[in-house]
Design a protein around this ligand. Structure first.
Ligand SMILES: *Cc1c(COP(=O)(O)O)cnc(C)c1O
Length: 738
């Protein structure tokens, strides 16, 4: 752990601060966060809550003073004690529920991105944030768990929007020294931990460790001096290059990930591929089985039994498919090391409905995992339908693809202002002890005024954040004053404020509300009941359609007829997301049904008493109760017809229900009906839409069996789907399924 030296000097009495700063646990432990912040509050803000950067910058005299301050030292001792207990997994749910598995080998969770903290920009959006929240909850619950990903040394792009509203990317190399990363050395003491072959040459792979409570992440890195200059860049950017770059990254993640764990002596008992990007992890384990002399069928069975695969989107563009030539050149003779011919290797990635020889990552993952799931009830059903041809002998409802509905990490997303209310209800330890979901009902009895005041405070913090963000960018980036209006400096704290923040993918319909400008103008500029909109989000760097939607939003922010009541907050990341979901009055979500597998930002809002207005898609299909927001009724027809129906329905709900209810204030100045809806939002989200519930579900439904090597279903030959029937496989063993 020589990298701890990255924090230069700490007095002996409080030297544990460096350990604390190097484990992201502080991010969701309130006492730890408070302690770190109190070291130097202005520096804490200036570093965007980055304790490693703060501890490097703080004056030694300040540290010496803290080491002598009895209050600080007492708080420090308590936090360090809690920290040690967490690292040891003491008193956790998993230990109680699975005493026999407690000393078991961990679940290894592979994902192309992890969103744990804004200081480590190795995520682009929902998938990464979910993966980060999954790790945090696994730590809370004491599930033996490790993460495997890539360390993108240039991160995901930083967003700058030019005056025409066109998104420009800027990549800044990030500074490892201010990140909680520890570089790992391989068995021979060098930074090259393992190697793999791609495109005719070996690539050395290094790794960094990132700790989140008791969970360790291993982040792979090819930027080693001995590597070919092109290969050094393979882990530079997330979703950066073209197809070949991406395939190589997935090759490194899957094959390299397994090899790095082996080299470090980590022996997982179960393997979870979060999205198809990680599917090569299964292929590499199959190769290991075959190399050890296991027969093909038996090898496949063994891999399947210990593998969980989660698919995250029904949108075709969300699934990677690679041409045979590309796969051939990147995997470079790998099939021979498996002892199979190239055709067999390629068949692992055959999509049953696309007989074009391409390698489909999701198809290969479904073939090699026995535990497969979607991320909401509706998405589970959509996924069964999409992949039913893999089980030709089964009815669609019996296709063995389940669902575990996504959640968000409560400790990371709920404002501490609301946590204080829960402390009063259940005592300060509720985050650890609360098990019974019905207890959330008690939240409905909380005094309305208290809820409203907490919310008003958070709303003011959001407005202040917009102004501060504008100030910083005005100083460093912007040349034109028009930027300031677009950034939300004209927003005020009274109007109903609606938030919309997510990736600008066209199916999410970020500009739907703007497509009737006259009606929008009436909505926003009503003299007595004005409305404000706050937008944020990035478009995928290669998605010009998405960029055009963003541009439309951006231009609206500067259109004077809307009186400065539309804002766009640049560079959406975890930090911006926190401010937004906690500070707006209503969360808006408008995916074209059924394209949103789950969606999670609305859950984050709900955990802060912010109701949602949404189409009935993803989590809203099971989360909407009638009392926690509004739903746009389902409609049918062409995409244009659906858009026009949804636009009408959206305005009708806003004009007839949402705005009147928000402004319906009693003699105490409180919108009682609205507050009831706020409470219901919190109760519904707290009971069910958290990663605490989600990881418990993954554990009881999948991890527990996978850790014991028990397949959920293993009743088909690996090539049982129709495309292979003419190639000699038979359906014989699937006959018993129906
Ligand atoms: C939660 C989150 C997302 C995902 O939001 P969706 O509603 O699922 O689209 C994307 N980006 C960031 C930074 C987030 O925090």
């Amino acid at each position: 752990m020589s990298e701890i030296g990255k924090i230069h000097y700490l007095p002996e009495r409080i030297k544990g601060l460096s350990e604390l700063a190097l484990n992201l646990w502080w991010r969701w432990d309130r006492d730890a966060r408070k302690l770190l912040r109190s070291v130097d509050p202005p520096m804490w803000s200036a570093t965007r809550h980055n304790p490693v950067a703060m501890l490097r910058a703080v004056e030694p005299s300040r540290l010496a003073q803290l080491a002598r301050d009895p209050d600080f030292v007492a708080a420090y001792d308590q936090v360090m004690e809690d920290f040690r207990a967490t690292a040891a997994g003491e008193g956790t749910w998993f230990r109680e529920a699975y005493p026999d598995l407690s000393s078991a080998r961990p679940v290894a969770y592979f994902c192309a991105e992890f969103g744990l903290h804004n200081s480590i920009p190795i995520y682009s959006g929902g998938l990464g944030v979910l993966a980060g929240d999954h790790c945090k909850a696994a730590s809370d619950l004491g599930v033996p768990f490790i993460g495997v990903g890539l360390l993108y040394s240039r991160g995901y792009f930083d967003q700058k929007v030019n005056l025409d509203g066109w998104q420009e990317n800027s990549d800044e190399v990030f500074d490892h020294r201010i990140m909680p990363l520890v570089r790992l050395a391989g068995p021979d003491g060098s930074y090259r931990i393992t190697t793999l072959e791609t495109s005719g040459r070996p690539v050395g792979i290094g790794a960094w460790r990132l700790d989140a409570g008791s969970v360790r992440l291993y982040l792979l890195d090819t930027d080693l001096p001995e590597n070919h200059p092109e290969d050094r860049q393979l882990t530079y950017t997330l979703y950066g290059g073209g197809e070949e770059y991406r395939l190589k990254q997935e090759w490194i993640l899957g094959v390299g990930g397994v090899r790095v764990l082996r080299a470090l002596g980590v022996e997982p008992g179960a393997w979870h591929a979060n999205e198809g990007h990680a599917a090569f992890m299964m292929v590499e384990r199959l190769r290991e089985e075959l190399a050890a002399g296991t027969e093909w069928d038996e090898g496949v069975s063994r891999v399947r039994a210990r593998t969980v695969f989660t698919t995250h989107t029904p949108v075709p563009a969300g699934h990677d498919i690679f041409s045979p030539d590309l796969v051939r050149s990147v995997t470079d003779g790998y099939h021979a090391t498996m002892g199979v011919d190239e055709a067999t290797f390629m068949k692992l990635g055959r999509h049953p409905g696309m007989d074009d020889g391409r390698f489909h990552m999701t198809a290969s993952a479904i073939r090699l995992a026995s535990h497969v799931n979607g991320v909401s009830k509706r998405h589970g059903e959509v996924t069964q339908e999409l992949w039913k041809s893999m089980w030709p002998a089964r009815e669609v409802t019996r296709v063995p693809i389940g669902s575990v509905t996504n959640g968000v990490h409560l400790g990371s997303w709920m404002s501490h202002h609301f946590m204080e209310i829960l402390d009063d209800l259940w005592g300060p330890d509720w985050e650890r002890t609360l098990r019974d979901e019905d207890e959330w009902e008690a939240f409905r009895e909380v005094d309305d005024r208290r809820i409203w005041e907490k919310h008003r405070h958070l709303k003011k913090l959001l407005l202040r954040f917009c102004t501060e963000q504008a100030r910083q960018r005005w100083k460093t980036l912007w040349k034109e004053a028009a930027h300031l209006v677009g950034a939300g400096t004209l927003l005020s704290s009274e109007p109903l404020t609606i938030g919309f923040a997510r990736r600008f993918a066209t199916y999410k319909r970020g500009a739907l509300l703007l497509s009737d400008p006259d009606r929008l103008e009436r909505l926003l500029t009503d003299l007595r009941r004005p409305v404000q909109l706050v937008f944020a989000g990035k478009a995928h760097p290669a998605d010009d359609h998405g960029k055009r939607v963003l541009q439309q939003v951006y231009q609206a922010t500067r259109d004077s007829r809307f009186e400065g009541r539309i804002a766009f907050v640049e560079d959406y990341d975890l930090h911006v997301a926190h401010r937004l979901v906690q500070g707006v009055d209503l969360w808006l979500n408008l995916p074209r049904v059924p394209k949103e597998a789950s969606g999670t930002s609305g859950m984050k809002a709900a955990l802060n008493c912010v109701p949602q207005l949404s189409t009935v898609d993803g989590w809203w299909a099971e989360g909407f109760t009638g009392g926690n927001g509004w739903a746009i009724p389902l409609s049918e027809g062409s995409p244009e017809e659906v858009d026009s129906h949804d636009l009408q329905a959206l305005y009708e709900l806003l004009e007839r229900e949402v705005v009147p209810e928000y402004y319906d204030v009693d003699q105490d100045g409180l919108p009682r009906k609205w507050i009831r809806r706020m409470k219901e939002s919190m109760v519904v989200a707290g009971r069910f839409f958290t990663t605490g519930r989600m990881v418990r579900e993954y554990t009881t439904r999948y991890y527990a069996s996978a850790l014991q090597g028990r397949a959920e279903h293993d009743d088909r030959p690996v090539f049982a789907d129709p495309v292979f029937l003419d190639q000699g496989a038979t359906l014989a063993t699937t006959g018993s399924e129906s």
